[in-house]
Design a protein around this ligand. Structure first.
Ligand SMILES: [Cu+2]
Length: 166
């Protein structure tokens, strides 16, 4: 009965395709879940923290007198002041918060200098990569201690501001 055999093998083929799709889906879902799980791990912790992060949008820029600085992307609440000796605004967050910095480099390349900046808060293991013009990066950390910390670009020592956690 060759006919029956054929339909049987076809059914078998169909089944294995479905099985492959099923395995593919499981792998995709697992990879997605793993990614989401990873994204809940702050850079200064080894376990996920399930809190809604406080979002701080940071951009690079230049002060009126031509120094590099960080600034806030939103000017909501007026212009934040910076501490004497620092170009960039003082930021205040509450202890225990999960804080996400979203950094964008908006400084144009010039013929003399390629625009390259990074964002660091050493005490919290916050270190962005070197961001070229219009590159972005998001970094989430857990504000697990109070104090005054400096956020800075390690390419331009002048480019720094104060982060207060209270
Ligand atoms: Cu810089």
């Amino acid at each position: 009965m060759p006919k029956k055999t054929k339909s049987k093998s076809q059914a078998k083929k169909k089944f294995s395709i479905l099985k492959l799709i099923g395995i593919g889906l499981i792998v995709a879902v697992a990879a997605g879940a793993y990614y989401v799980y990873q994204s809940f791990i702050p850079v200064n912790a080894d376990h996920p923290v399930f809190l809604i992060p406080e979002n701080i949008l940071i951009k690079t820029g230049k002060t009126a007198d031509g120094h590099y600085e960080f600034g806030l992307q939103s000017s909501r609440g007026g212009k934040q002041l910076s501490k004497v000796g620092m170009t960039s605004p003082t930021l205040t967050v509450s202890k225990g918060n999960l804080v996400s910095f979203h950094i964008i480099n908006e400084i144009l390349n010039t013929s003399e200098e390629k625009s390259l900046h990074n964002f660091n808060i050493d005490e919290f293991n916050v270190h962005s990569k070197d961001l070229g013009y219009f590159d972005t990066q998001s970094i989430t950390f857990l504000a697990d201690k109070t104090g005054e910390f400096t956020y800075h670009c390690n390419i331009h020592p002048e480019m720094k501001g104060l982060l207060i956690i209270k």
